[in-house]
Design a protein around this ligand. Sequence first.
Ligand code: BDR
Ligand code: CA
Length: 311
Amino acid sequence: KRKIIIDTDPGQDDALAILLALGSPELEVLGLTAVAGNVPLHLTEKNALKICELAGRPQTRVFSGAPRPLMRRLVTAEHVHGRTGLNGPDLPEPRMALQEQHAVDFIVETLMTEEPGTVTLCPLGPLTNIALALSREPRIAPRIQEIVLMGGGFFEGGNTTPAAEFNIYVDPQAADIVLNCGAPTVMMSLDVTHKALTTRQRIAAIRAIGTRVGIATAELLEFFERFDEEKYGTDGGPLHDPCVVAYLLRPELFKGRLINVSVETASELTMGMTVADWWGVTKRERNVTFMRDIDADGFFALLTERLARLD
Ligand code: BDR
Ligand code: CA
């Protein structure tokens, strides 16, 4: 089993990523670490608990992390995710409790105690917790098996500013630290996720699973797609975060290149832009496998099949 830590700011698409991981026997979820992002921390940590209960996995450990970015004021995205961050289904208040340990301490302790090269980090929100862990204990970097993150974009442009994707925009300094830590890193950019659209047909297939998870998931997606449909007139919205977990299960669904990706941290105009050297025109080190393409039908088939395993 591949051991993973999911760092997350749920978020309907984060919720789907967590469900996909919990429904997949190939993965061992060591813990979820919550971070402020789509909504403030007191909501993302609660949403993470709600999702574990929805999945029927209340023994999953959930840790609370950073309430704000390293240097900048927190920017949230209620206009996309709703006031709770998880608008759509009516999920009960969680009965599970958060772990006492801080998320950053959990990440550091796990990487320092597990066999080197056996723990993968899956960041689905701003990279604050991961950057704090790397700064607190730099010896974790060479022990990380892989970082597979959702963030950035280049050819598609940004979804928060014309230049920047939300997760990177919210904490660009943290992203800069993480992308330069030396661990093998895979980036699921907007260039991929904008091709993974929650069409009516795909949501109907998930609803047709008929279980509590299937129906709640369809409701999450119906709320989530509304924003992009109204704004861009597409059939469905992009399902960003589950691409990270799908990559761990079926890497052949994705196509990308190992290139240099550098984050803008100075210019206000392009703050948080992930500048991708796709054509290798600089001598900068190749630090990121930048994903650009997805087999979207294969991805949704995998997602639907795994959601059906949860009851
Ligand atoms: C990312 O931002 C959040 O709104 C989503 O959960 C996803 O992680 C997409 O830009
Ligand atoms: Ca997210």
